[in-house]
Design a binder for this molecule. Structure first.
Ligand code: ARG
Ligand code: ZN
Length: 854
């Protein structure tokens, strides 16, 4: 059945208060819930409490046990007719955490008991109106064996605890803030605590705790620093203060997503908490910082103000991603963070927008809400907030967010409420801008710059088109903010950056005072999430790659230069590769540039991104052209790569931006050196692998070796495996590195790893490391035999029986069949049809595979 945004109705019954009592064991947990329910408006509809896999052992109303004919079960939900406007409704159920392999609701992970309720997991714990606009005050009592579960945590503040006979104990927590049930959480287990404190801007002291297995305590320092930095940043930048006496984070090893912002008790996938130099790359460190911040920021953008219904998901996710991106930029380099975020947006969201699963930032319908935790809701949603912030400017944007937080505190709000706060606080008209929430698809902008020598003017003609997407054949022109500058090739400078608003299908802008033709720098800072096509020559791009003072635009010019070269080569044109080599040489030897920026700018666009630039993706031709250009760049600049590689070797480990930048550049230099095919390449990579005192350099060396067929490849993989076989997060890297590798036998190697004794479908991180990564390896996954498709389809079918949510996330790569040649497209469709034919297929996978075939 399909849920539609237009069907929204306010809840029939509200639940201002709930008391929960848990008698916890891994095999059987007894849950006793007492709901105070209040009729919402005048009606005679019964109370309907969602449930999934629950059976009521007892139902009471106002203290009286109901006979079984006084209630009924309807599609899992408990329906109870009520007579008055307010009642106390009690239910008792039993659930089995250790049998919960979906990891939704209450489940067991590595000896712990923990919960994940967003979006609809609470209904697997107890009967309740499981919708985000029902807000309740929670009191939670938990009881468990003290030896096995010495720590008992829930939302809010701890109020009471005590011991019980038989080695058991109990604890009570209350959360003073009304919240929707998707923010409920509890954890029971044998956990150690990294305890710290934070004093808020108004002087309140907050006890901070990061709870992990004892052995992991030394790996929690970075997460704690990120938490304190986030708390201070949200006060300084948004005026948002924390509101409870305690803030706890728990790391668990089996988790469907990155982390969860449960009020006062965030639960994390351990990969976003644990980090030390031996096992975490710089990217992992940044991931910890970003996700800790993201979940913390949800306390205001998500918890204090939640979503009215799940169609408004981007209200909290888009805004919170924008907030965590801004935070990470402030903690490190704005330029590099923007480049990384745009790369992710293009790789994940532009592909989604261009395929059968395209949907608006505020969707109109869904079958399974878990399938809508997408790059569109999160990353495109963040771009929408970023565009509004740009159009308003910093002061008015801050005034608008202040207004938003003040106006809607304690409410379940909508995307429309957010936009209206931007309008009211920023005195701006966002009527046309609202289309960004409604229309799916990535706008295409054609930008043609012409010059009139006689008048000394330049004219920029902009045309926009919106692709059709499922269910949206006709589109209206969007309001697109484009930051633009016109460079004078003689001076190398420009007369200022301007914000142009493209609001019509076609529009022209005139610029005075150009005796000679200027060079166009457009969509600077990636001011709008659009695809821009220009009439700039390779020479113009080479100029910008050396002179543009907007770091993103400079990076972009360099990438476009490479894309044009590679696409030209694939199309059989004569390409001036020397210009690309020269631009790379110029960037890599520019002493003014930050090494981290250089590393981003000089690396070749990914095979997937190149595929996105072609009408029909040809994985083999892309791979061959990219390998060959890489070899040429490697060989032409061999002495430079040797110099950089030797010159960036650090003396001791540091997490300073300079040290991180040096490692990034060093790894690229190694990569080009090995790509050049120099005789000592694998030996240099192996030496780096062997000598590195940090995972960033060790893993990069391993990845470089994994691409080839050298003897060093096997040796390095064996060493890595034996060193980290007992450390799940690091062993994931061993799987992932091989899944990403371009080796002639990648598909067979992945098949073997699928049968490896350390591979399991029950751990989502392991599944993503092997199957998810492989599906992102364009050349290997799209092997012309179709064996890559079969491998992924087999994994989806097997995983669907264990964890449908994670299985559904593996479907989209198969749904991209329209982008490939007929042979591959037929095999991809066959894989999807085989999945759909599977008896008992979940709603999650049914929706994704079904839509992919439409
Ligand atoms: N709200 C969480 C976050 O963005 C993600 C929860 C995803 N859970 C799900 N079942 N889709 O931090
Ligand atoms: Zn989030």
């Amino acid at each position: 059945s399909i849920i539609r945004r237009s069907d929204y109705r306010p809840p029939d019954w509200l639940v201002p208060g709930i008391e929960l009592d848990f008698d916890l064991t891994a095999a059987v947990t007894r849950v006793h819930a007492t709901l105070s329910v209040v009729r919402n408006g005048e009606h005679d509809r019964p109370l309907r409490l969602d449930g999934d896999g629950l059976f009521p052992l007892e139902v009471k109303v106002d203290g009286r046990v109901l006979d079984p004919e006084e209630w009924m079960l309807d599609g899992g939900a408990l329906v109870v007719p009520l007579t008055g406007p307010a009642h106390a409704v009690e239910t008792r159920v039993e659930i089995a955490p250790e049998k919960n392999s979906q990891l939704m609701g209450l489940y067991a992970s590595g000896g712990l008991l923990c919960t994940q309720c967003e979006a609809e997991g609470f209904r697997r714990i107890t009967f309740f109106p499981d919708r985000p606009d029902v807000l309740s005050r929670y009191t939670v009592r938990m009881e468990a064996d003290k030896g096995r579960y010495p720590v008992l945590l829930a939302n809010g503040d701890p109020v009471e605890r005590g011991d019980l006979p038989g080695g058991r104990h109990w604890a009570r927590w209350t959360d003073p803030f009304p919240k929707p049930c998707y923010l409920f959480a509890l954890v029971a287990g044998d956990l150690a605590c990294n305890a710290d404190r934070f004093v808020t801007m108004s002087g309140r002291e907050v006890a901070l705790g990061i709870w992990v297995k004892e052995a992991d305590l030394p790996r929690t320092a970075h997460a704690m620093k990120a938490l304190k930095d986030s708390m201070a940043w949200d006060e300084r930048v948004y005026g948002r203060e924390y509101d409870l006496d305690v803030f706890n984070i728990v790391a668990v090893s089996d988790f469907n997503f990155g982390a969860m912002e449960n009020k006062g008790l965030n639960i994390f996938n351990s990969r976003y908490i644990l980090a030390d130099p031996e096992t975490a790359t710089d990217l992992d460190y940044d991931g910890v910082e970003g996700v800790v911040a993201h979940e913390y920021f949800h306390n205001w953008s998500g918890n204090r103000i939640t979503c009215r219904d799940w169609f408004q998901l981007s209200l909290k996710e888009g805004f919170t991603v924008f907030r965590d991106q801004s935070f990470s930029a402030d903690m490190g380099s704005h330029a590099v963070k923007r480049i990384e975020d745009v790369r992710i947006l293009r790789a994940a969201q532009f592909q989604e927008d261009a395929g059968p699963l395209a949907h608006p930032v505020r969707p109109e319908s869904y079958m399974e809400i878990s399938n809508f935790y997408t790059a569109t809701i999160y990353n495109k949603g963040a771009e929408l907030i970023r565009m509004m912030a740009l159009m308003l400017g910093p002061e008015r944007f801050r005034a608008s967010t202040d207004l938003y937080f003040e106006r809607h505190d304690g409410e379940a709000a909508t995307c429309e409420d957010f936009v209206r706060a931007m309008e009211d606080g920023g005195q701006i008209d966002l009527m046309q801008f609202r289309l960004w929430y409604e229309q799916a698809g990535t706008p295409h902008v054609r930008a043609l710059l012409s010059h009139d020598a006689a008048n000394g003017t330049a004219e920029l003609r902009l045309e926009q088109t919106m692709p059709t997407t499922p269910g949206q054949p006709d589109k209206k022109p969007m309001a697109i903010p484009l930051r633009v500058a016109l460079f004078d090739p003689a001076t190398g400078g420009h007369k200022g950056d301007q914000l142009l608003m493209l609001t019509e299908a076609a529009q022209s802008f005139r610029f005075e005072g150009f005796a000679a033709p200027p060079i166009l720098s457009i969509n600077r800072g990636f001011s709008a999430p659009v695809i821009v096509e220009t009439n700039r020559s390779q020479a113009d791009l080479a100029f910008l790659s050396a002179h543009d003072d907007d770091p993103f635009a400079r990076y972009e010019a360099m990438q476009q230069l490479m894309v044009n070269g590679l696409i030209g080569r694939i199309g059989g044109q004569a390409v001036d590769e020397e210009a690309i080599v020269a631009a790379i040489r110029g960037t890599a030897t520019d002493p003014q540039l930050d090494p981290a920026f250089v590393a981003e700018a000089i690396r070749l666009p990914s095979e997937a991104y190149l595929g996105d630039q072609m009408p029909v993706v040809d994985p083999d031709a892309i791979h061959a052209a990219r390998e060959s250009l890489q070899q040429r760049i490697g060989a032409a600049l061999e002495p430079l790569w040797r110099d950089i590689h030797a010159g960036t070797k650090a003396n001791g480990f540091s997490l300073s931006p300079a040290a991180k930048g040096a490692r990034k550049l060093r790894n690229i230099a190694l990569h080009y050196l090995v790509a050049a095919g120099v005789e000592d390449g694998p030996a240099i990579a192996f030496a780096q692998f062997h000598e590195a005192d940090n995972m960033t350099e060790r893993q990069a060396a391993l990845a470089t070796l994994a691409n080839g067929t050298s003897d060093e490849r096997e040796a390095a993989l064996d060493i890595f495996y034996n060193r980290y076989r007992d450390d799940a997060l690091t062993l994931d890297k061993w799987f992932q590195t091989q899944a990403f590798a371009c080796h002639p036998d990648t598909v067979e190697l992945i098949g073997e790893l699928r049968r490896h004794k350390d591979f399991t479908l029950t751990n989502p991180n392991r599944v993503r490391a092997l199957i998810g990564a492989f599906a992102g390896n364009q050349w290997a996954f799209h092997h012309e035999s179709g064996k890559g498709y079969r491998l992924v389809a087999d994994a989806i079918i097997a995983l669907d029986k264990i964890n449908p949510q994670t299985a559904a996330r593996l479907v989209p790569p198969l749904g991209r069949w329209r982008r490939f040649d007929e042979g591959r497209a037929a095999m991809m469709r066959a894989a999807l049809e085989r999945i759909l034919a599977e008896p008992g297929l979940s709603r999650d996978v049914t929706e994704q595979a079904g839509k992919s075939l439409e």
